[in-house]
Design a protein around this ligand. Structure first.
Ligand SMILES: Cc1cc2nc3c(=O)[nH]c(=O)nc-3n(C[C@H](O)[C@H](O)[C@H](O)COP(=O)(O)O)c2cc1C
Length: 217
């Protein structure tokens, strides 16, 4: 911890949540968590939450070395939560060896957090290609040009041929770009309330059905 008393004091004094927070009626929740996730997401979009689709993804190697990064949520369907990335970078390598993941969404404007644990698997090839082709030409070129998360000495020298490729073949989508689906086994909804109270509802998959539990804060 920093040896700086005034920083500690200033951190402690920072406001955590705004005055107005949405209510979370746990008695009025649907049977499955992904329906509630979409309800909350629609509410966050309607309320103007900044980047409501930004979420953290934690992966781990088979020997348990964790890593975490921010990604964009690409879709939610009846079974899964989707994100897209390169299968050849560090997270892709983790996922190929160990599909267990944890996701977290946090909407500070609404005092809401959603935590998901589950298994990630590559989605169908056409979904991955469609996602890739919706990216801007320069984002596509960056994904093709180099090795994600590797050190790079001459960025432009790598990017130029990839940009030329994207321009010459606008339908090109590399195998390494993958839309992953995360099949959840547990989803927790966390709502801050006034006076730093909080309400937590966890859905846990038991066989084919979901069990709902209120968690002690
Ligand atoms: C707001 C935000 C959104 C991001 N979205 C993505 C994304 O959708 N896909 C992706 O591969 N990386 C995305 N990134 C970059 C990742 O956080 C990360 O730097 C990159 O994927 C390399 O991760 P890795 O080395 O763990 O494989 C995003 C970063 C931020 C801050």
């Amino acid at each position: 911890m920093a040896d700086d008393q005034s920083l500690r004091d200033r951190l402690r004094a920072l406001p955590v949540f705004p005055g107005e927070l949405p209510r979370f009626d746990t008695d009025a929740t649907p049977a499955g968590p992904l329906v509630l996730l979409v309800e909350w997401l629609e509410g966050a979009i309607a309320a103007g939450v900044l980047q409501p689709h930004a979420m953290s993804l934690a992966t781990a190697t088979t020997s348990g070395v964790p890593s975490n990064r921010t990604l964009l949520l690409k879709d939610v369907d009846a079974e899964a939560v989707w994100f897209a990335s390169l299968s050849t970078g560090p997270k892709g390598v983790d996922l190929a060896a160990n599909p267990r993941v944890a996701l977290a969404l946090y909407w500070r404007e609404q005092g809401r957090q959603i935590r998901i644990t589950g298994d990630a698997e590559p989605g169908p090839r056409d979904v991955s290609a469609r996602d890739f082709l919706q990216r801007t030409p320069s984002a596509r070129a960056r994904a093709i040009a180099g090795s994600q998360s590797e050190p790079v000495a001459d960025f432009d020298a790598h990017l130029a041929p990839a940009l030329a490729l994207v321009e010459a073949d606008p339908q090109f989508a590399p195998e390494s770009w993958v839309a992953y689906r995360v099949i959840p086994s547990s989803v927790e909804f966390w709502q801050a309330e006034r006076e730093r109270d909080q309400v937590r509802l966890r859905y846990r998959k038991t066989g084919a059905t979901w069990t709902k539990e209120i968690l002690w804060p």
